[in-house]
Design a protein around this ligand. Structure first.
Ligand code: PLP
Length: 454
């Protein structure tokens, strides 16, 4: 890598603000922070939950993407809102030369700057997301306003700021765009398949059916609007590569319908839905998705069609580790069996764990500190006990895990949660007066051989 990403000319506008980033591994940085709590400065609230974002991990994800899906330019999915490589050399220059702070899956300014410096574009859902991205110097052409039902004033703002690409999936939206941004470059968001409109799926909210498309294109033509392509999102929890391939075939059909309506599409946007964690949970592994997607895209779409995507969790999930302290405990005694435990943490579902409410996130804790001893990355031996894990607020439904098996823990012990970047900090509220987690930054890119990244 030449050290500055494919769009190095932009790097100088984007590199400001790379302050307070350590290059310690997450293990050592978290140990430093945990050790500092024993200094007794309680007024500093060192018992608050915190998160560490490894920007090097974001960069590794970028390298992985470029390697496995070179034709598909990633538009970083949603300013909605987690970072091993590095045979130093150019990569070292790159990291010290460029970054700063975060956007939908994890709208963190440093992450936005890093991705922007790599030439990654941005998928924004609102005026504020567009503002955040423009603020770090991103070219408006690198933005797609990918919200099919937009607020009028936000469309007006995007026209003022020369953000042209935007999605739609219904006729009312076309009239609105005609009024506020008549020269927009439109992308029709389609339902990726026939089962994606079920309850709990993204398709229940957005996406035009195949049957509706000729009418929509006809109306767009009548309004003299420029429609340039197709987008879809297979869903946030999609598990099958076949979902992607089916959506591609459907998108091809829409390209053909467009020709009959007098349009010559030039853009395909394959949305998000790619899993990014180092530990792949039950989702679709990126490499597997890419192995099927790459050839399918080439089969359906000739080289002159620009292909973009909107990965959110892919870039950020594995980069963030969350650290929570046990602030309270209740032991439930039984006459006829071992006790069970209720642990109360300093963060919960009204904070960074909100996505667990919607089953969007499937995470399990590991033990960081038990009885004053630090255990990052270690298996803890000993008997396990039934327990439940709760957040700090007084709400009855602030429950992170109803049933888990952990060794006996005490107030003052710490848990950590890996793959915690996507849809965590960005969804957190300050309900009941509990502040959002502080994010600390590190960059481990140089600590591991580059080969380990792929
Ligand atoms: N693009 C759009 C339009 C979305 O609605 C979302 C998520 O809701 C994303 C991209 C990002 O999805 P993911 O994090 O699953 O990649």
């Amino acid at each position: 890598h030449d050290g500055a990403g494919p769009h190095s000319n932009k790097a100088s506008t984007i590199e400001h603000g790379l302050e307070s980033i350590s290059n310690l591994s997450v293990k050592f940085l978290s140990k430093q922070l945990i050790d500092s709590q024993f200094t007794g400065k309680w007024e500093m609230e060192q018992d608050n939950a915190f998160a560490i974002c490894d920007l090097g991990d974001v960069y590794r994800q970028y390298l992985k993407w470029v390697r496995h899906l070179p034709r598909v330019k990633p538009f970083y999915g949603k300013i909605k809102s987690k970072c091993d490589s590095g045979d130093s050399g150019g990569s070292k220059n790159f990291f010290f030369g460029i970054i700063s702070t975060a956007t939908k899956a994890f709208p963190d300014p440093k992450v936005i700057r890093l991705l922007a410096s790599l030439g990654v574009g941005f998928d924004c859902a609102s005026k504020m997301e567009i503002q955040k991205v423009l603020h770090v110097g991103v070219d408006p052409n690198q933005i797609i306003y990918a919200n099919p039902c937009k607020q009028a004033s936000h469309i007006h703002y995007s026209a003022q700021k020369k953000v042209y690409k935007m999605t739609f999936d219904n006729s009312d939206e076309l009239y609105k765009i005609k009024s506020f941004h008549p020269h927009a470059k439109l992308v029709i968001r389609i339902l990726p398949n026939d089962h994606s409109n079920q309850k709990g799926q993204l398709g229940a909210k957005y996406g035009a059916t195949l049957a509706a498309i000729p009418r929509l294109l006809c109306l767009a033509k009548k309004l003299s609007l420029d429609v340039i392509g197709v987008s879809f999102h297979i869903g946030v929890t999609s598990k099958g590569v076949q979902d992607f391939v089916a959506a591609l075939s459907r998108a091809r059909a829409v390209f053909d319908l467009a020709e009959s309506a007098g349009y010559h599409f030039s853009l395909l946007d394959i949305g998000g839905g790619f899993y990014g964690g180092r530990v792949v949970q039950d989702g679709l592994k990126f490499e597997d998705a890419a192995a099927a997607l790459g050839p399918a895209i080439d089969e359906y779409f000739p080289e002159n069609i620009e292909v973009i995507s909107e990965p959110g969790k892919f870039f950020v999930d594995s980069s963030v580790t969350c650290f929570t302290r046990i602030i309270g405990r209740r032991v439930i005694e039984y006459d006829d069996r071992e006790p069970s435990y209720m642990y109360y943490l300093n963060d919960g579902v009204f904070g960074s764990f909100m996505a667990t409410l919607f089953s969007v996130k499937n995470i399990t804790p590991s033990i960081l500190v038990k009885s004053g001893k630090y255990h990052y990355g270690e298996d803890i031996e000993g008997p396990l006990f039934e327990c439940s894990i709760w957040g700090p607020t007084c709400a009855h439904d602030d429950c992170i895990e109803e049933s888990a098996q952990l060794p006996v823990l005490n107030e003052g012990d710490w848990l950590y949660w890996s793959n915690f970047g996507a849809y965590t900090n960005t969804l957190a509220s300050e309900f009941n007066g509990f502040s959002k987690q502080k994010i600390l930054y590190t960059n481990t890119f140089n600590l591991h051989p580059i080969i380990a990244l792929s």
